[in-house]
Design a protein around this ligand. Sequence first.
Ligand code: COI
Length: 356
Amino acid sequence: MATTELNFKVEHVEESAVTKVDWENLVFGKTFTDHMLVMDYADGAWEQPQILPFQSILMHPAMSSIHYGQSIFEGLKAYRQMDGKVAVFRPDMNAKRFNESAERMCMPQIPEHLFVEMVRKIVEIDQAWVSGIEGHSLYIRPFMFATDHWVGIKPSDTYKFMILLSPVGTYYSELVRVKIESYYTRAAVGGVGRAKAAGNYGASLYPAKFAQANGYHQLVWTDAKEHKFIEESGTMNILFQINDTLITPSEEEDTILRGVTKRSILEIAAHWGINVQERKISVEEIIHAANSGVLQDAFGAGTAASLAQIALIGYKGIDYMLPPVETRTISNRLKTYLTDVKIGAVEDELGWNLLV
Ligand code: COI
């Protein structure tokens, strides 16, 4: 980065499209705001960030990210506060994770405070798109991809960083049905599972397709070596409640995405004195807990899905039903509190909201 202070070039739309949004029928990720942010990297430095009217971009057919997948992304959200202001939830965490992904994929770093400022600035410009409807938010999608025009394989010398904004409603309209995967693999130790690399998501589509054809929403990924240990669920991290303890797979190995929503849930739960464990969790332990009636709850945690409670877990042809959602006191309390913090309905004790 040539400068430490950002000097944006801003080109505003002539007329906002916000009045045309069908707020009641939003489909996740299909509606985009008036503007987008673009910043190019060349000659070892980031150029001036530009905020432009939302538009298509030109691509060279040999652009290296299309061929070799040097492409990473982030997901975070802005919320309309009870007092009418707009705040972004924990953008510093995404900035940090973005750079971790960039490092793993041989891509350039973006100083965290500049990443956060770019997010803040574009949300400020398009803040009219943050609706105050219950369950709604503005999904923020920063991403970076390699742009060298070369089909030779090496880390690109040039990159494009962009931010898109998309108003969204609730990701899941019902409790989630998941199936434990015991053949296909999302990530192996030493691979790129910890990175939010585009290819991880592309590779998950084929196995997910089979689960979806059998009535499940998502897979629960297991370890690549033996398929004995739980890792994460589709695009979310996964948490279980056995008796009164909240457990989730530990992040020690580099196969699991370091989720911001999951981390926030664990921090709140620990603050409330709930017993929280991050450790290896075997499939056997979960099935045994379900059979003996002590599996009180299971839920996913992710930016898009927020806290998504699970209805049932499929494994080797059997569906293990979870208790009725009304009885799940811990996840219900966590879900309410997390939403309340994000919309400013309770005090932001931990300083998680960035007002734009
Ligand atoms: C997110 O929660 O931000 C995700 O990565 C989900 C997305 C793939 C829809």
